[in-house]
Design a protein around this ligand. Structure first.
Ligand SMILES: Cc1ncc(COP(=O)(O)O)c(C=O)c1O
Length: 398
């Protein structure tokens, strides 16, 4: 029998992924995807960007580039990040193949098999897969309705400082939608100060805020730039240009960067030059700012339509967060409900979502569901939510 590595043997396809592959009917309404709607992509701007390239730039686009990223993109992205208040100069920036690669590189840099790390519960599935592939022992810190369970985090790190890092997504969490308050971010800094536990701060969604008055809460821990904590910040073009670019980045302290660059060299030598050239121009033309503004408004409208429809159709015992940005709403079903059962009924009715267990580091609790409004136009949301409500009521009662 073929002998796979232990780390691969532990990776399993989930029951939910198998169910989702059944949900390929063309008329099915999907609240499952965590990606921008195809109709929202900036096609006209991209045409203009490509058509403006000189032959020299097109040749650069077809060639290998430096492992850390094309210098032109590193420069334009630095100015984009500086506008967000990030301490670019004191850190090192690296372009990665999606921000998932940034997370994967950091995971490989820190985790030996059996090492304990801290993650949120629920947690982004892509990150969990990366952590598992290196044999991490994930200790999960609950997210409560108001944010992270800070007391739990404090107890954990005070009892044991051997955690290799704490991975968290403070702005418009996937799947919970949560935006951590400025106060909670300060408290995290206090708790982690001088603990020798790096933070991996995943910031894939912060540009997609709906309320400018949230600016203070949106400030990342990296932007606060606390002394005494190594903060490894990751970000992505996936939600603000398009995931097909496969471009993200990490902004990390120089002593961490060195190892990461060596690791990236062994992964893929460099991220796609072709899309780096396009992303660079997209920033320099300032299309990025007008495009973000446009999608922000569209996602806000879609979220409002979804919330209204949830209020009209869902039974009163279902709780959820009202998103202030990002892509997701996290529905809380009655304690102990198996949301996979609801998913089966929902697929029959023509609607899909993602079951809660997918995001549970302990793969136990399944009484939540993630629905996203990013990939579904308003009219379709209005059709789909009543179907979802019917499926929930069939399983859990009126
Ligand atoms: C929280 C979070 N982090 C990172 C990513 C990875 O994005 P990408 O690899 O496309 O940059 C995603 C994608 O859905 C996400 O939701």
């Amino acid at each position: 029998m073929i002998r796979f590595a232990q780390s691969v043997t532990n990776l399993r396809t989930s029951e939910i992924r198998d169910l989702m592959s059944l949900a390929t009917r063309p008329d099915i309404i999907s609240f499952a995807g965590g990606m921008p709607g195809n109709e929202l992509f900036p096609l006209a701007e991209m045409d203009e960007v490509y058509n403006s390239l000189s032959d020299k730039e097109k040749q650069m686009a077809m060639q290998y580039g430096p492992t850390s990223g094309l210098p032109c993109l590193l420069e334009s992205l630095s100015s984009f990040l500086e506008k967000k208040g990030l301490p670019v100069k004191e850190n090192k920036l690296m372009i990665t193949t999606g921000s998932l690669q940034a997370i994967n590189i950091l995971a490989k840099a820190f985790i030996d098999p059996g090492d304990s790390i801290l993650v949120e519960n629920p947690c982004f599935i892509g990150a969990m897969s990366a952590f598992k592939s290196y044999g991490a022992n994930m200790i999960s810190v609950p997210l409560t309705k108001s944010g992270l369970d800070l007391k739990f985090l404090e107890e954990k790190v005070n009892a044991d400082d051997r955690y290799k890092f704490f991975y968290f997504t403070p702005n418009f969490h996937n799947p919970a939608g949560t935006l951590y308050s400025a106060e909670d971010k300060k408290k995290i800094i206090q708790i982690m100060n001088n603990k020798n536990i790096p933070l991996i701060e995943d910031d894939a969604y912060s540009d997609l805020y709906f309320y400018p008055e949230d600016a203070e809460d949106l400030k990342t821990v990296k932007a606060i730039n606390p002394a005494g904590i190594d903060v490894c910040y990751t970000g992505s073009f996936s939600k603000i240009i398009g995931p097909g670019l496969r471009l993200g980045w990490m902004l990390v302290p120089p002593h961490i960067y060195q190892k990461c660059e060596l690791l990236k060299q062994s992964f893929d030598a460099c991220s796609p030059s072709f899309t780096q050239v396009l992303a660079d121009k997209f920033i320099r033309t300032e299309f990025i700012y007008t495009y973000i503004e446009r999608v922000r408004e569209e996602y806000k409208k879609r979220a409002e339509v979804m919330i209204k429809s949830l209020k009209e159709n869902l039974p009163e015992y279902i709780e959820w967060n009202e998103p202030r940005g990002g892509f997701y709403i996290w529905l809380k079903l009655p304690e102990g409900t198996d949301s996979t059962e609801i998913l089966k009924i929902a697929i029959e009715k023509g609607v899909v979502f993602v079951s809660g267990k997918t995001f549970d580091p302990d793969a136990l609790k399944n009484d939540k569901i993630r629905i996203s409004y990013c990939n579904t136009p308003e009219e379709v949301i209005k059709k789909g939510i009543p179907l979802l409500a019917e499926a929930i009521k069939e399983k859990c009662g009126k």
